[in-house]
Design a protein around this ligand. Structure first.
Ligand SMILES: NC(=O)c1ccc[n+]([C@@H]2O[C@H](COP(=O)([O-])OP(=O)(O)OC[C@H]3O[C@@H](n4cnc5c(N)ncnc54)[C@H](OP(=O)(O)O)[C@@H]3O)[C@@H](O)[C@H]2O)c1
Length: 264
């Protein structure tokens, strides 16, 4: 399939704040259609439609994504892109001290919702006219272990494998969906506030994140959103690959990015 010169349809999760909110502005600024799944109320504004969805509830994920896929005006859209962005880091701390229901919720939001949304998106790919892509927002924590982040690291590592394995499945399809994962770097969002608020006994690496924030080392969510859209438009995300946004390089005004080595 070739990229069609019409606005793309973006489906994005977790758009109330942070990177997701910045993605909303960037996607609309570029004139695309946007279908967001968030805990904000249902709303329609120009080419943006928000669907209220608690991603911690599997029934809602299934039903709401079904509505999204029925509502997309495929005849007026070129490419279709799913960005699994929503994420939860809390509860932070050793497993035996953490609240089990909080961990269940985090695993639903970080792993099970992206998995279900990927499956539904791929299942509807036949309705889409242009290229179909999935970008999973992962984390360096999916490759590097951190004390206090066991469920979060495990979920992001699983998202990386989900990305790689589903991309292999797609290779055997005549019109494969392109599936990649992206680590955004350390970004100035509420998630970093949660990290800095944690207790040192729950998260021993906390001082490093405090120092990074104090030294101005955090990326702005708006910059992250802009880079994601630029790289996607420049067809930089190869299926089955995991990327670290901090590795972006510019060549003749165009962004390029190399995949992480352990992609196999
Ligand atoms: N910030 C970083 O340094 C960093 C680093 C590596 C990876 N990431 C990844 O980047 C992505 C975005 O993170 P962020 O930093 O932008 O985090 P954030 O500011 O905490 O925002 C998280 C978003 O996820 C949504 N969300 C959480 N639980 C939800 C639920 N049950 N149903 C619907 N939406 C839900 C939140 O919505 P509500 O307002 O409804 O809670 C919010 O919009 C995540 O996947 C995260 O793991 C972030």
């Amino acid at each position: 399939m070739a990229t069609i010169e019409m606005p793309s349809a973006y489906i994005v999760t977790g758009t109330t704040r942070g990177i997701g909110k910045a993605l909303v502005s960037e996607i609309l600024r570029r004139g695309h259609w946007l279908f967001s799944l968030s805990r904000a109320a249902d709303a329609v504004k120009g080419q943006w439609r928000n669907y209220h969805c608690d991603l911690g509830d599997p029934g809602q994920v299934q039903a709401v994504m079904g509505r999204v896929l029925d509502d997309i005006p495929y005849e007026r859209c070129g490419d279709a892109v799913l960005i699994n962005n929503a994420g939860v880091l809390t509860p932070i701390g050793p497993l035996d001290t953490a609240d089990c229901s909080g961990i269940d919720n985090a695993l639903q939001v970080n792993l099970m919702a992206p998995l279900r949304l990927m499956a539904l998106f791929i299942g509807a790919a036949g309705r889409m006219r242009g290229d179909r892509r999935i970008i999973n927002i992962t984390s360096g924590a999916g490759r590097h272990p951190y004390a206090g982040w066991a469920h979060y690291c495990a979920a992001k590592a699983a998202v990386n494998m989900l990305t790689r394995c589903t991309a292999l499945d797609q290779r055997r399809r005549s019109t494969p969906v392109n599936i990649s994962a992206l680590e955004p770097g350390v970004v100035a969002t509420e998630m970093q506030v949660d990290i800095r608020r944690a207790d040192d006994s729950d998260f021993p690496d906390r001082p490093r994140f405090v120092r990074l924030a104090e030294s101005g080392g955090l990326l702005a969510p708006e910059e992250v959103a802009r880079l994601i859209l630029e790289l996607d438009a420049a067809a930089q995300f190869q299926s089955g690959q995991i990327y670290d946004l901090r590795r972006v390089a510019w060549l003749n005004g165009r962004p390029t990015i190399a995949a992480e080595k352990e992609n196999g």
